[in-house]
Design a protein around this ligand. Structure first.
Ligand SMILES: Nc1ncnc2c1ncn2[C@@H]1O[C@H](COP(=O)(O)OP(=O)(O)O)[C@@H](O)[C@H]1O
Ligand SMILES: [Mg+2]
Length: 269
């Protein structure tokens, strides 16, 4: 089964964020370019904003990967919610400083000013909605002192608009909002992913109608699309092993896409 025609495409759609897997989609590349431009400006904070699954972590990882060649950049993928730990981890990774004393904000700023690194180091904070208001205030003070530039991502939710929270609202920063993909963009996403992995035959199975159906089932959300396609190719793997006569190799039946949407919990049966 692991050598089936469909196991490789299936695994391409695991929900993993690796900058090596980055796919160029016009609107996303445009966002990425403005993100890279913003980082070069004397801005203190830059915000990447959007619903879960719109590609925020992917852009942040790519930025980390690309900037690392030229300057000091540190990524915090999982929030460090303890304030003392947060400053210690930053001091250690950015200033090469491992303090025995407690790491207060003042101490941190002292160390930073003494080193006065140029260019200013960049810190990337994913999932910033999980940081407390108190810690966000410290982050603001650190960026105001211009010793570190922060790029943060925030989830947009239906329940509350975190961006409206005071500590996110009143700051000087550039904000970039990521959106779900259109059917055209999702087609490019799926095709490029498959072609990059040399899955030509499988890529040819998708037609525009398939992509429209997938877009309507996932709202063009990248994470949901990954889920749907992972499940779809899992179905193909299963049939290939158990009932290959049922597989049509030159097209994808809408029924199968709907079946995958049900199995992956995107729609109710
Ligand atoms: N431009 C892209 N190229 C390749 N994969 C992408 C791209 N954008 C999003 N993805 C994939 O879609 C999924 C969701 O993206 P992610 O960055 O985790 O979203 P978010 O952080 O906004 O919730 C991930 O598995 C990611 O690898
Ligand atoms: Mg994320």
């Amino acid at each position: 089964m692991e050598n089936s025609l469909f196991s490789k495409p299936r695994d391409l759609f695991l929900d993993i964020v690796n900058p090596k897997d980055y796919v160029q989609i016009d609107s996303v590349s445009h966002m990425y370019q403005s993100l890279k431009n913003s980082v070069q400006k004397p801005l203190k904070m830059i915000l990447l904003y959007g619903r879960p699954g719109t590609g925020k972590s992917m852009l942040l990882h790519k930025l980390h990967h690309d900037l690392s060649k030229y300057q000091k950049v540190f990524m915090v993928s999982t929030p460090i919610v303890d304030e003392d730990d947060f400053l210690r981890v930053l001091a250690h990774n950015i200033f090469d400083h491992t303090p025995r004393e407690a790491m207060t904000l003042n101490r941190f700023l002292e160390i930073a000013s003494a080193l006065s690194l140029n260019p200013i180091p960049i810190v990337l904070l994913d999932e910033a909605q999980l940081y407390s208001a108190a810690l966000m205030e410290k982050i603001r003070l650190i960026s105001d002192a211009r010793v570190i530039k922060f790029v943060i991502t925030l989830h947009k939710t239906d329940q509350e608009d975190v961006i409206a929270k005071e500590h996110f609202q009143t700051r000087i920063w550039e904000s970039i909002e990521l959106q779900n993909a259109t059917s055209e963009e999702l087609k490019i996403y799926v095709q490029k992913k498959l072609l990059k992995a040399n899955c030509f035959d499988v890529a040819n199975m998708f037609n525009d109608k398939n992509m429209k159906l997938i877009t309507s089932l996932t709202n063009g959300n990248y994470r949901d699309t990954n889920k749907l396609l992972f499940t779809l190719f899992s179905l193909y793997c299963w049939y290939e092993e158990n009932n290959p006569a049922l597989i049509q190799y030159n097209a994808i039946k809408p029924k199968w896409i709907e079946m995958a949407a049900i199995h992956s919990g995107l729609i109710d049966a």
